[in-house]
Design a protein around this ligand. Structure first.
Ligand code: HEC
Ligand code: HEC
Ligand code: HEC
Ligand code: HEC
Length: 116
């Protein structure tokens, strides 16, 4: 049995991990959203997504306001990953839910981005 102090430090450690986004066993975008209280069905429209499920950018827009809004957040980057010559890029072409995200632009340009 854990005593209260052990329990508290275990909870604290878990909280710190979730906040710092450090590489844990489950630290993909969907896990970090889960830690913020975003449920499966908020992204998936169903609480029980099937294998092969894909997520529309529309599910992201509800909270993040679409490509133009996130482009404001990264406006200091040159080039801006959210404002570019590939019109209407899906969020998921870079941001993956349950696997390592991908640097789409890096396949053609020498841009060393770490996509969250
Ligand atoms: C932040 C949005 C988000 C949340 C929250 C989320 N997912 Fe996903 N999910 C995705 C995206 C994006 C994909 C498309 C594949 C990928 O990017 O990994 C996906 C794909 C999937 C797939 C198909 C994977 C495959 O390889 O066939 C399953 C199953 C799934 N999600 C289950 C869940 C479950 C269960 C939860 C809740 C615990 C959840 N997802 C929460 C974004 C999310
Ligand atoms: C229910 C609301 C909600 C939905 C839906 C949602 N997000 Fe988020 N997302 C958040 C919150 C809250 C944060 C943390 C604060 C912030 O950075 O905006 C966040 C943070 C992020 C971050 C910053 C990296 C990180 O993990 O902290 C990325 C990237 C991101 N979201 C991408 C996505 C993508 C892509 C989708 C769609 C697949 C999506 N989000 C859907 C609420 C949401
Ligand atoms: C071409 C690849 C690409 C696409 C497409 C893309 N992103 Fe991003 N996104 C990035 C990169 C790279 C970063 C990291 C920027 C940095 O280093 O600060 C990022 C960061 C973010 C962040 C965190 C911004 C911050 O304040 O740090 C959010 C939120 C986000 N993306 C949401 C989205 C959403 C929502 C979409 C779809 C509408 C989207 N992204 C489409 C590459 C992409
Ligand atoms: C399929 C290959 C490909 C991908 C993927 C790609 N680009 Fe490009 N990009 C090009 C080509 C080709 C040019 C034209 C080069 C020239 O005119 O010298 C270009 C030009 C550019 C330019 C300079 C011209 C302009 O339009 O301002 C920027 C900035 C740029 N790309 C950013 C990006 C970003 C950001 C991404 C990711 C969202 C990306 N590219 C993805 C092929 C690609």
């Amino acid at each position: 049995m854990l005593n209260t102090k052990q329990l508290l430090s275990a909870l604290l450690a878990a909280g710190v991990l979730a906040l710092s986004g450090s590489a844990g066993a489950a630290d993909f975008l969907a896990d970090r959203h889960g830690a913020r209280g975003v449920e499966c069905k908020t992204c998936h429209q169903t609480a029980t997504p099937a294998p092969g499920a894909v997520v529309s950018s529309k599910a992201c827009d509800g909270c993040h306001g679409g490509l133009d809004k996130v482009a404001e957040r990264t406006k200091d980057m040159v080039p801006n990953p959210h404002y570019n010559h590939l019109i209407n890029t899906d969020c998921q072409e870079c941001h993956k839910g349950h696997q390592q995200s991908q640097n789409l632009c890096g396949s053609c340009h020498n841009l060393e981005w770490k996509v969250p």
